[in-house]
Ligand binder design. Structure first.
Ligand code: SF4
Ligand code: SF4
Length: 279
């Protein structure tokens, strides 16, 4: 069944017209990565300490949607790698994201929502309970928490639990296909074999944490939101959700532009970066 789910997500990403630029152009996203985490993995309980008590477990979300008798078994998580042309266009940018990047942030994420709905329906057709945390009534953003802006379900942390990547200096997730992507997940009562978490630790795909090198994302950020101390979420958010859409949102015809300068023209853009020390 794991392979059938992978195949269905891949098929939908490759075939859906919603994953195409207007006029049937290039897809927003390339071939996805898919991983599975056991819903009772203790890591989800630990997220209440690491992120905050407001972060929900798969079981809490399952009960919220389907009642106390329902049992969450698996979190299915996916990585949608952003297409090469879009990444290349953003590499050239120094201040604002490219048009292609901004369109991917808005219309690519619309596709990601349809993929969440599609997989919930696909599992339901096969007799399984399923929900997409980001579409749940329980999903909400928490403004002021000890870890800054957070939400009741983190797609990045779900993807980490499912063995799909590790965290970066810039607070994103570096996967086998790099850091330039969108993430999604679905929780189901279908028991599936959990994926291994192959990384040495939760930050080992980032060169800065692995060997003290790189730091290229620091220079790519136009507002100084990344430093050797990490990622300033508030500064980043103010730029990504305030300054950038005000400056180029109308011109690009989108409300959400993203930014992603720290995710392009960096060694982790589309892969787990190899050592810079020749090791
Ligand atoms: S650019 Fe370098 S330091 Fe920044 S996240 Fe990528 S690997 Fe880590
Ligand atoms: S998304 Fe943009 S503003 Fe935020 S850290 Fe990256 S480069 Fe800086």
């Amino acid at each position: 069944m794991e392979q059938a789910i992978r195949a269905e997500i891949e098929r939908y990403v490759q075939k859906s017209p919603d994953n195409r630029r207007p006029g049937g152009g290039e897809p927003y996203f390339e071939v996805p990565l898919v991983g599975f985490a056991a819903a009772d993995d203790q890591i989800f309980a630990r997220y209440k300490e690491i992120i905050g008590p407001f972060h929900l477990t798969p079981q809490e979300l399952m009960e919220s949607d389907f009642g106390n008798e329902a049992r969450a078994a698996t979190v299915i998580s996916w990585v949608l790698p952003i297409g090469r042309t879009t990444r290349e266009s953003n590499r050239k940018q120094e201040t604002w994201p490219s048009r292609e990047w901004a369109e991917t942030r808005t219309f690519g994420e619309v596709f990601n929502v349809t993929l969440r709905r599609h997989m919930v329906g696909w599992l339901a057709e096969k007799g399984h309970l399923a929900l997409a945390p980001q579409l749940s009534a329980k999903w909400r953003e928490m403004g002021d928490t000890p870890v800054g802006i957070a939400s009741t379900w983190s797609e990045r942390h779900a993807a980490y639990a499912a063995g799909l990547g590790t965290f970066s200096l810039s607070d994103a997730l570096i996967t086998q296909r790099g850091i330039a992507h969108r993430l999604g997940s679905v929780i189901t009562d279908l028991a599936l074999f959990p994926s291994l978490r192959p990384a040495v630790d939760h930050r080992s795909n980032c060169l800065f944490f692995r060997e003290g090198s790189c730091g290229m994302c620091i220079d790519r950020c136009p507002v100084g939101a990344i430093s050797q101390e990490g990622h300033d979420k508030a500064k980043c958010r103010s730029y990504v959700y305030g300054t950038v859409p005000q400056a180029v949102g109308d011109m690009y015809g989108v409300a959400a532009t993203g930014c992603g300068l720290c995710q392009t023209k960096v060694p982790c853009e589309a892969m787990i970066p190899p050592s810079e020390k020749g090791e």
